[in-house]
Design a binder for this molecule. Structure first.
Ligand code: PLP
Length: 367
């Protein structure tokens, strides 16, 4: 790779030292694994790694055989949870080429998460390069079936062995990759949602807007409660009983006049899927409003017929219509419309190269 500096950023591409995995899966083994990918259980042959230290900044970029990490038991991440991650997919188009969706947005969100968790900010150009590097060695792992993709999981954590409570001076960044199919069994069928009234996911001034493990750890007990109640997912409220989001997806409400409302607050993750679906809705002439929406407005809106559709969205599942909201003493059937699934189709058509990418969202990774 030539070391030409990017005129906009002054950054040279990193020079990754590549160590090939000598025990890489054979084409036959890989084909078997790709035949029915489940979410997040199978991983490709390689991973990307970049070191950061206070002294040297980002250094030693490498591509390594996928394998176990060796960590000091005093590594700060194991004690204080200083870590962040991203989730983004690589899609195979009909001509065999490999593309990803709005990686600049994930790169910027990783930077915002890093700021909140007092971790170093990886330049967006290097974030995108790290995705190219994993595709360069593991591109064969991008599946080509319906709704299939290679899920890329960049993550960063405090590696320094130090038990004092302060931002770590040594940090590791990795990218691993996992072939995936549809997230929910049954594809885009309506999901049931458990309303968590006892637990919250985030608080004012907290880390809700960052993609950090602690937020997900906080969601596990209420998510387990949701399963016990026979629901697929949990929805969280803030201290004013406004709707925040699900454990891993944003929520969107469609009103009968065509207006689309979605919660806006500092304590929820700004989803890239949501932003993109809302842009497609704006293109179709819908009015889109980001504002607080209380659980009472949701329930009353459904009861009165003002709300005609509710759906959840995120990279993993893309769009999931919400068919039922269940609380301690109620079950509200949710109205099902056609907007969620038609936006889902338009978005996935763009992602899989079946429709014009009029917003310039796609980036080819294998060329
Ligand atoms: N909210 C949470 C808590 C998430 O984990 C995610 C991730 O998928 C989202 C929302 C949706 O974000 P995105 O559309 O960028 O995947």
């Amino acid at each position: 790779m030539s070391l030409t500096y990017d005129p906009d950023t002054g950054l040279a591409p990193l020079e990754f030292a590549v160590t090939k995995n000598l025990a890489a899966k054979s084409p036959a083994e890989r084909a078997e694994l790709l035949a029915k990918p489940a979410f997040g259980t199978t991983f490709t042959d390689h991973m990307v790694h970049i070191c950061w230290s206070l002294e040297h900044g980002w250094h030693r970029p490498s591509v390594l055989p996928y394998g176990k990490l060796s960590l000091d038991p005093a590594a700060a991440v194991l004690h204080y949870g200083q870590e962040i991650f991203e989730g983004i997919k690589a899609y195979r188009h009909a001509d065999g080429s490999i593309h990803t969706f709005r990686p600049d947005q994930n790169g910027r969100r990783l930077q915002r998460s890093a700021r909140r968790l007092a971790l170093p900010e990886l330049p967006v150009e290097h974030f995108i390069q790290s995705l190219r590097e994993i595709i360069a060695v593991d591109g064969e792992w991008v599946p080509s079936g319906d709704d299939q993709s290679l899920y890329l999981r960049p993550f960063m954590f405090a590696r320094e062995a130090f038990l004092g409570v302060r931002p770590a001076h040594k940090v590791a960044y990795y990218v691993i990759a996992s072939p995936v199919g549809a997230y929910f069994k049954g594809g885009a069928k309506p999901v049931s949602i458990w309303l968590s009234e006892e637990y919250s996911r985030a608080g004012k001034g907290g880390t809700g807007a960052a993609k950090t493990g602690g937020n997900y750890a906080a969601s596990l007990l209420p998510q387990a409660e949701a399963y016990e109640e026979g629901c697929d997912q949990v929805v969280f409220l803030d201290q004013d009983r406004n709707v925040e989001e699900l454990g891993g997806m944003n929520v969107v409400f469609v009103y009968k006049d065509g207006t689309i409302v979605t919660p806006q607050s500092d304590s929820i993750l700004e989803g890239i899927t949501r932003d993109s679906l809302l842009q497609l809705a704006i293109d179709r002439g819908h009015k889109v409003v980001g504002r607080a929406i209380s659980i009472d407005e949701w329930r009353q809106g459904v009861a009165s017929g003002d709300i005609v559709e509710v759906f959840a969205c995120g990279t993993a599942a893309v769009v999931a219509p919400i068919g039922e909201l269940k609380g301690r003493d109620f079950i509200d059937e949710q109205p099902l419309g056609s907007l969620a699934l038609s936006l889902r189709e338009e978005l996935t058509d763009i992602q899989y190269g079946r429709r014009e990418d009029r917003h310039g969202w796609m980036l080819r990774l294998d060329a």
